[in-house]
Each structure stands twice: as structure tokens, then as C-alpha cells.
Design a protein around this ligand. Structure first.
Ligand code: ADP
Length: 651
């Protein structure tokens, strides 16, 4: 086995790989960017190597620096994790050229399977069922149009070099076809540097089911059963499970066999995932092979009791596959939920920043990059944790995961914890009858269950009784934000004004007794608080808060809210900053204005890039640019002033 390896990744997956290394007595070298110099994934490493500045292109995607670091620190092998360079055949080849072992498939296999058209052709030849359509990619609009017209509608245009569901386009009518094709090619070119598209039949309401396999590189392969990953948003997986619920034994057998057949035909080496879509008629169609460890591998580990990273390390070290097929069993049911630093209520906008407090459920497996606090840098994927429940059957696993989400606290950034719990409570999800577009159709799950509850908690946080421990609460206390002379029948103890998620709100205090405050917000809600005054229950659900720079970060029933003092009219009047500030931490991608420029409402003042997404800051009214505070390429934090504008006086 290995003496020392380099882990060419960050975050939870780097820690996951390190865990197995420690158990097996393998030393590891950790790498990091300048933004990750204090990150938790560096713990326990024999050596750490800084790769470069924060943006992934300058650090985790620098294959040359990774190889150099591995050589310099006397590593024998490189584990790529997932994402970054894990499916880059050239990187795998460079690792091997340097005399190191790449922990994964052969570089040629990675390169071959990275081209969807080629992968489909190979699988069709191996007798694996593929989606009807072309297996030849093209960037000739005329040829693509002919291919589309040769297949029944609806048709899917898919970038051959694509990933992450990006750039796919469903064609439902022949009108406007030429324009749709041109635009799909353009998107593919700009996203993947390769405009070639494949054309395939669009399967309506499919399930996404994938098979975990391991190959020995000599034509031998075993499967570790399947995972269902149909709960996706915009083709990105959110909740995954093993085994696939309610899948008839015959259909399961077909999938497992097809994956093994494909793996054997390629002399596949190490871990791989064969992805399929399964139509409502249970027809299975091969989609692609992921040539690496998957994010969702823990559900397979839970039901098989195996350590997939250990298998990867052993196979890469030249050992045979650790178990024969007959010795691999699937026991019980496992479900994983991905926790992202993002705001579901804002269309899943990424929310990088400082996590002031994280608390994870006990008794469940949690793979995370953050233990109790830490940074979510703006440069990388916003996933911060995976919570995995394993139980005897699916209902018990769902219940355990659901309870675990109730115990999950993430304060300081927005997160999707409340969204995940609403997804798990959904009857269709509980019954296991969903398809890959289900979550995209259920936008209603993105909004918090109760905004009133968040207002009530915000009001309770302002209520002085606990803050002023020992002194009996009086009407005069804490009046910074309260109406002093309130003769309000609905709010006999006074009324409070503050901002919840940047919107002004008001609530009345109906009654109070030590730990509890009754807050009138439409209905009267009782907010229970513990002795700290910073956590408690409302309407049978948990809430927790921690002080922020101004006000509090609050989580109510899993949803994040910002409670801030109300901005006074003077502070707002004529002020520019609220509108030309960074909406989130990130990097300035563009500032298309110059001092002295006249701007009109809706004009873009700056573009902030965070987590591979761009966010425009636009002018809300006409004015003149006074000064630029940040230039392209600079890192900014949420709330930083980017462009100073003298807005014209309101007419
Ligand atoms: P990517 O590599 O970009 O993730 P995939 O080919 O793996 O692309 O497809 C991603 C997702 O897109 C699948 O999980 C499925 O939800 C959907 N999808 C892909 N191909 C089809 C198809 N032919 N019909 C319907 N949905 C599809």
C-alpha cells in the first residue's frame, strides 16, 4: 500500500480522503489556495502546499503545480477527489508521466468518456442501451438541424463536452429551430470551449439512477448497487439515496448488468459511475460515465458497509478488487442531503462568507468542510456538508435525516437547510415517486414556511428582558428601537421596528413571562427562549441566533434571516451605497462605468462573480458616476461599496 499520497482537492472531499488515509496509516500531503490557508482540510497532513491565489484557475486547477508539489513532497500517488481536475485526462497523464500513480482510471479512459458522443458510441457498441439519437457530435448548424428533424420531438441538444447539466436545451417545436441551435452552440463554446452538440430524444419525466462500479483494469468488474439521484434542481443533485426506491427487481438487474457490461468492455480501472435515465415505462438509457468518486458515494458506503476510498487506494496500488460480487450486499436504506451555502428564497443565490456557527446532528454521518465555524470562500462550489442517514428501511432513513436537519444550525451565511427539510416532508418525495424535473416544478418549496415566525423571533431578540438579566423589565428598557409612547391595544408592552432580510417590519409585544415572549404579527406567536436568549422554539420549531456586525444572524426552522436595526430616513436619503454595494462576497468581474459617466436606471455598474455565477449591480435611478472604489479582479465582501454614484434628486 501507499506510504504517502497527495490529495489534490479541498473541502469535505479532501477531508473524506484524509480520513481513510489516517485509518490505513497512509501519510497525506494537503494542498490549498491562498483563500484556504486556514481551512479544515489541511488538518493532519504531513505537509501542506499553497498552490496560488483563490480563484480555482490559479490554484486547484493548476495541474503543473500539483504534480510539482507531489514530487517535491515525496508522494507516490495523487488522489484527485471530485470536481477540479478529477476528470481531466491530461492531468491524469501528466501525473503518470511524472512517475506518480493517478488514483483513478487510465488517462485514455478518462479522455474517451469525457466526450459524451464518444462514450455513447462505445456503450452502444458494447450492447448498453443508450438514448436514441446521434452518437456523433457536430458544431455544424445545418447538420444538427437535419439530425433534430430525423428524431421525434421533443429533442434534447446537449454539449458533447458538457457537465453539470449546463447548456442543454430542450426542443419542443420545429419553429425557431435554427436560432435555438445557434444559441446552444454559442453557450457550449463559451462554457466548454467546444461547440459540438449531440442530439438525442428527450425522455419525459425520467428518473436518474446510477450504478457504482469498480474495475480492475483487466476486464474484471463488480457493481456496488445503484443510487437514485432524481431529486435535482437544474440538473444538480440535491438528495440522493440507495437503493432506488420501488425499482422492480428486473429493471434493477438490467441497470446493474448494463453497467458491468460497459465497464468490462472498457477494461475499466478503479471507481466509476454509470449514469442512466429511466423512463416512466422503466426503459433504461445510458447517459454518461463519471470517472471518479461521486459526491453521493456515502449512501453506497452506508448500504454496503464498504469504504470506497479504501477500494480506490487499493486498486490504484495494484491490488485485486477487494471483494467478489457475491460478497457485496446491500443492507437497509441510506439517504444523503447536500447542504449548500445558498439562498433558496433568492433563486439559490450562492452565499459565501463567514460561518459564525455550525452545528451538525449527532448520530448521523456528516461529511463537511466546516466543524463549528469557518469560511465559505467565493471561489468554489458552495456545498458545505452532506448529511447521511442510514436505517433499516426508507421511511426510517427519511425520518432520521429529517430529524437531523432540525438539529442542523448554520449561522452567518444563507443555507438550504430549511429547503431540504421541506423537500423531505413533501408527500411525493416521501413516496419515492419523483422525476428529474420535480424540484424545478416545485418552486413553492423555496420559500420559508412562515415569514411571521421569523418576524416574531426578530422581535423577541429585541425584547430586553433577558438581555438585562436581573433587572425587572420595564417599558423604558431597550427603547432604541421601540415606540415609547405606545398605547396600542394589540401591543400592550410596546412595538418594535426593525429590518428582516432588508425589509422593514414591525411587531407588537403582547405579553412576556421570563423566557417566553408573545409577539403580535397578524397572529400572536409565542417565542420561547433559553437562558442565553439566543435560541429556543417557536410553533414547535427550532430557532437560533448569533450576533452579526449589526443585528443578528437568525435561523428559524432551518431558514436563514438577517435581523438588522431599521435604517433611518436620514441614513437612506440621498445615499448611494445601498445600491452600489456588493450583494455578496466575491470578485469584481467587471466595472463597465467610469467616473463622470451618466447612467440610467437599470444600467450595470459592476458585476460580482462568486461561485461561478455572475451578479450584476444595477443603477436604480439616473445619476452620475462619482468614483470607483474597486477594480476588476479585486476581492470584495458583502456590503462593500464598489461604485460611488451621485443619483439625481428625485423629481
Ligand atoms: P451533465 O454531464 O451536463 O450532467 P448528463 O448527460 O449527465 O449531463 O445529464 C444531466 C441530467 O440531464 C440528467 O440527470 C437528466 O436529468 C437530464 N437529461 C440528460 N439527458 C436527457 C434526456 N435525453 N432526456 C431527458 N433528460 C435528460
Amino acid at each position: 500500500m501507499w506510504k504517502r499520497i497527495l490529495i489534490a482537492n479541498r473541502g469535505e472531499i479532501a477531508r473524506r480522503i484524509a480520513r481513510t488515509c489516517r485509518r490505513l496509516g497512509i501519510e497525506y500531503v494537503a494542498v490549498h489556495s491562498e483563500a484556504d490557508s486556514a481551512a479544515a482540510h489541511l488538518g493532519g497532513a504531513v505537509e501542506t502546499v499553497c498552490l496560488g491565489p483563490g480563484p480555482a484557475g490559479d490554484s486547484y486547477l493548476r495541474g503543473d503545480r500539483l504534480v510539482e508539489a507531489a514530487l517535491r513532497t515525496n508522494c507516490e500517488a495523487v488522489h484527485p477527489g471530485y470536481g477540479f481536475l478529477s476528470e481531466n485526462g491530461e492531468f491524469a497523464a501528466a501525473v503518470e508521466r511524472a512517475g506518480l500513480v493517478f488514483i483513478g482510471p487510465a488517462p485514455e479512459t478518462i479522455a474517451m468518456l469525457g466526450d459524451k458522443a464518444r462514450a455513447k458510441a462505445l456503450m452502444r457498441a458494447a450492447g448498453v442501451p443508450v438514448v436514441p439519437g446521434t452518437d456523433e457530435a457536430s458544431d455544424d448548424p445545418g447538420q444538427i438541424e437535419a439530425q433534430v428533424r430525423a428524431i421525434d420531438l421533443p429533442v434534447l441538444l446537449k454539449p458533447s463536452a458538457g457537465g453539470g447539466g449546463k447548456g442543454m436545451q430542450v426542443i419542443t417545436r420545429h419553429e425557431g429551430l435554427a436560432g435555438a441551435i445557434e444559441s446552444a452552440i454559442r453557450v457550449a463554446r463559451s462554457s466548454f470551449g467546444d461547440g459540438r452538440m449531440i442530439v438525442e430524444r428527450y425522455i419525459d419525466q425520467p428518473r436518474h439512477i446510477e450504478v457504482q462500479i469498480f474495475g480492475d483494469g483487466r476486464g474484471g468488474a463488480v457493481h456496488l448497487f445503484e443510487r437514485e439521484c432524481s431529486l435535482q434542481r437544474r440538473h444538480q443533485k440535491v438528495v440522493e439515496e440507495a437503493p432506488a426506491p420501488d425499482l422492480p427487481a428486473q429493471a434493477r438487474q438490467r441497470l446493474l448488468e448494463a453497467a458491468l457490461q460497459g465497464a468490462r468492455s472498457l477494461n475499466y480501472r478503479n471507481a466509476g459511475t454509470f449514469e442512466f435515465i429511466v423512463g416512466p415505462d422503466l426503459q433504461c438509457y445510458f447517459l454518461e460515465v463519471n470517472t471518479r468518486l461521486q459526491v453521493e458515494h456515502p449512501v453506497t458506503e452506508a448500504v454496503t458497509g464498504l469504504d470506497l476510498v479504501e477500494w480506490q487506494l487499493r486498486v490504484a496500488a495494484g491490488e485485486p478488487l477487494p471483494l467478489a460480487q457475491s460478497a457485496i450486499a446491500c443492507l437497509g436504506h441510506a439517504i444523503e442531503a447536500r447542504v449548500y451555502a445558498e439562498d433558496p428564497a433568492q433563486d439559490f443565490r450562492p452565499s459565501p462568507g463567514t460561518v459564525a456557527r455550525a452545528h451538525w446532528p449527532v448520530g448521523l454521518r456528516v461529511d463537511t468542510a466546516l466543524d463549528t465555524s469557518g469560511e465559505v470562500p467565493p471561489f468554489y462550489d458552495p456545498m458545505v456538508a452532506k448529511i447521511i442517514a442510514h436505517a433499516g428501511d426508507r421511511q426510517a432513513a427519511l425520518d432520521a435525516l429529517r430529524a437531523g436537519l432540525d438539529d442542523t444550525v448554520l449561522l452567518g451565511v444563507a443555507a438550504n437547510v430549511g429547503y431540504l427539510s421541506r423537500v423531505l416532508d413533501d408527500p411525493a418525495v416521501r413516496s419515492g415517486h419523483v422525476h428529474t424535473r420535480y424540484l424545478d416544478e416545485r418552486k413553492d418549496l423555496q420559500a420559508p414556511r412562515s415569514r411571521e415566525a421569523a418576524v416574531a423571533v426578530g422581535a423577541a431578540l429585541h425584547f430586553p428582558a433577558i438581555a438585562e438579566q436581573g433587572s425587572p423589565w420595564t417599558r423604558e428598557a431597550g427603547l432604541g428601537v421601540m415606540d415609547r409612547h405606545c398605547l396600542d391595544a394589540g401591543a400592550p408592552l410596546g412595538r418594535v421596528h426593525f429590518e428582516l432580510d432588508q425589509e422593514p417590519v414591525a411587531a407588537g409585544y403582547a405579553a412576556a413571562d421570563g423566557p417566553g415572549v408573545d409577539v403580535a404579527v397578524g397572529n400572536t406567536l409565542r417565542v420561547e427562549r433559553d437562558a442565553s436568549g439566543l435560541r429556543g422554539r417557536i410553533e414547535g420549531r427550532n430557532w437560533e441566533a448569533c450576533p452579526a456586525e449589526s443585528g443578528w444572524h437568525v435561523q428559524v426552522d432551518g431558514d436563514h434571516h438577517a435581523v438588522r436595526p431599521r435604517r433611518t430616513r436620514e441614513a437612506d436619503g440621498g445615499s448611494t451605497d445601498r445600491l452600489a454595494t456588493a450583494p455578496m462576497s466575491g470578485v469584481v468581474a467587471a466595472v463597465p462605468v467610469r467616473p463622470g459617466d451618466r447612467i440610467q436606471p437599470g444600467d450595470t455598474l459592476a458585476i460580482i462573480e462568486a461561485m461561478k455565477m455572475e451578479h450584476a449591480i444595477t443603477a436604480h435611478q439616473a445619476g452620475t458616476v462619482r468614483a470607483l472604489r474597486h477594480a476588476r479582479g479585486e476581492s470584495v465582501r458583502e456590503g462593500d461599496l464598489i461604485v460611488e454614484v451621485d443619483y439625481d434628486a428625485a423629481p
